[in-house]
Design a protein around this ligand. Structure first.
Ligand SMILES: [Zn+2]
Length: 210
């Protein structure tokens, strides 16, 4: 598995480029910004992007999706429960003081138990509402790797005070879905350093049983 993690944009969203070494097919997850840098890595590895997956409709994760689609022809996938948030990209741009990225069109919605492929690499979609209503995580069972979006961070969890957020829902997503994964699962959060399910199960203050 080729896996490049590139922090993009002013909020340094972790954009993942995941490629299959045999077929050179790839998926890009959370192309928030800096699409020229994303494309340079895609060309460096001689990859063909087949899917653009967005973990949730916050501007720092989705802002560059249309540019990447224009450059690669790959469809953009997002859970439909975030379509309302996606219509607020101008408002979101004002929150963080960046230019509005324009309208983003979703090619289709993905939800629980859907699978996303890049060649022989397969990711299972897990719906993990809480940070936003349509937040998803992508789990690669063969590689025991989780792309967590803004649901889980090293030592913390996603904020739930923005529109569509729910603390109750994120806690239940974390306990019922993410903590069901094996301890050795590598977690790539939407921002900041990598961690593992075991590490977070042991030490993340939000995941301790009271
Ligand atoms: Zn977010």
């Amino acid at each position: 598995m080729i896996h490049e993690i590139l922090p993009v944009g002013p909020l340094q969203c972790n954009c993942s480029i995941i490629g299959d070494k045999a077929s050179r097919e790839a998926m890009v997850i959370d192309p928030g910004d800096d699409i020229a840098d994303v494309l340079a890595l895609i060309h460096k590895h001689n990859l063909q992007v087949k899917q653009i997956v967005v973990t949730h409709a916050h501007i720092d994760h989705v802002g560059g999706a249309m540019k990447l689609r224009a450059a690669t022809g790959a469809p953009i996938l997002l859970n439909q429960n975030d379509y309302t948030l996606l219509k607020m990209l101008d408002v979101q741009a004002a929150w963080i003081g960046v230019p509005p990225p324009g309208k983003v069109d979703i090619d289709h919605s993905i939800g629980e138990l859907d699978k996303v492929h890049a060649g022989s690499l397969i990711a299972q979609v897990m719906q993990t509402p809480g940070h936003t209503e349509g937040s998803i995580c992508l789990y690669f069972p063969a590689q025991k790797k989780l792309i967590a979006g803004d649901t889980l961070f090293a030592g913390s969890i996603g904020r739930t005070d923005l529109p569509g957020g729910s603390f109750e829902k994120i806690i239940s997503s974390l306990h019922e879905k993410l903590l069901a994964l094996p301890d050795e699962t590598i977690v790539v959060p939407g921002h900041g350093p990598l961690t593992s399910i075991g590490e977070e199960r042991d030490s993340n203050p939000f995941l301790q049983k009271s």
